[in-house]
Design a protein around this ligand. Sequence first.
Ligand SMILES: *Cc1c(COP(=O)(O)O)cnc(C)c1O
Length: 325
Amino acid sequence: MAGTWIEVDLDCLTENYQEVIKHLRPGTRCMAVVKADAYGLGAIEVARSLQRAGCEAFAVTRVEEGLILREHGIEGLILVLGPTTREEWPIAIAAKLQLTISELSWIEELNETGLKLGLVDQQIQVHLKLETGMGRTGFRFSELEELSIALSKSNYLHVAGVYTHFARAAQRDKRYTIEQYERFKSLTNRLEELGIRPTWKHVCNSAAFLDYPEWHHDFVRIGTLLIGHYPGQGFSDKLNLRDPWLAKSRIVHLREVPKGTYVGYQSIYHTKQATQLAVIPVGYSDGFGVAPHFVPQGWIDFFQNYYKKFFSFIRYHGWSRTVRA
Ligand SMILES: *Cc1c(COP(=O)(O)O)cnc(C)c1O
């Protein structure tokens, strides 16, 4: 017996997709990000519904996720956003997955894979990832020349795309995001000078898509909005989204308990009056974890903890955010 489950209304999902594409610049397409099992809603069903609604491009984190989509009839472009290993390349190429390149050494090796597999010229579709401020992976300005040399020697590779990812697009203060975009522009200009002209450019996630129509380029990579969530505060007036999922559970135990009954780990809850208690079977196996509860060991500990919390909150949200209960 499934005690706890999520019900997904796929029609709501495709309505969210329609709502997104209504706001695209002419010439821009939506790449549906269905990584992490479509944010938990089921990548196969979500991608199939979106494909039926006209979506032609998808993104996942790992090769394995892309292969599953192919096996289940997803025909359009599938971009693997995360790093890949050489062991995965032959099968990824066979499934026509497009790969993200964020390491110089991969280019020569990937090209050798093309040679070994006896491919035709330009058969391996790749997207170059540029580092503009996320601080994780991607090429920096100083690497571009070497990158262009490596690409010029790699006839099996076709540079289908170039992209970057924003670290703080959902934040109210837009300066960092604008700096990232400026860096993207100078990196792509430099690539062009070096003779590399990717077919497509794409930079926007959900938040940047809403804030910067002028940055839509060839694709916007949208996950959060499709599943009916807004990327942060202050975005909810920009689109009319539907919430496609509902978590449901069965009551497995129902009884009256007196005032002062402790409930659950660490006895965190404590009934304030005689209460009817319903138990539902939700726990670790449903992704509902137990985090350590902070119990200050004296006043210094108490102030230290709240001082840290307060300043990290202010740094992230700024001073003037209105807090609603
Ligand atoms: C997850 C992800 C996205 C989608 O971001 P949302 O804010 O959920 O729309 C886009 N691009 C990359 C590279 C991602 O990893």
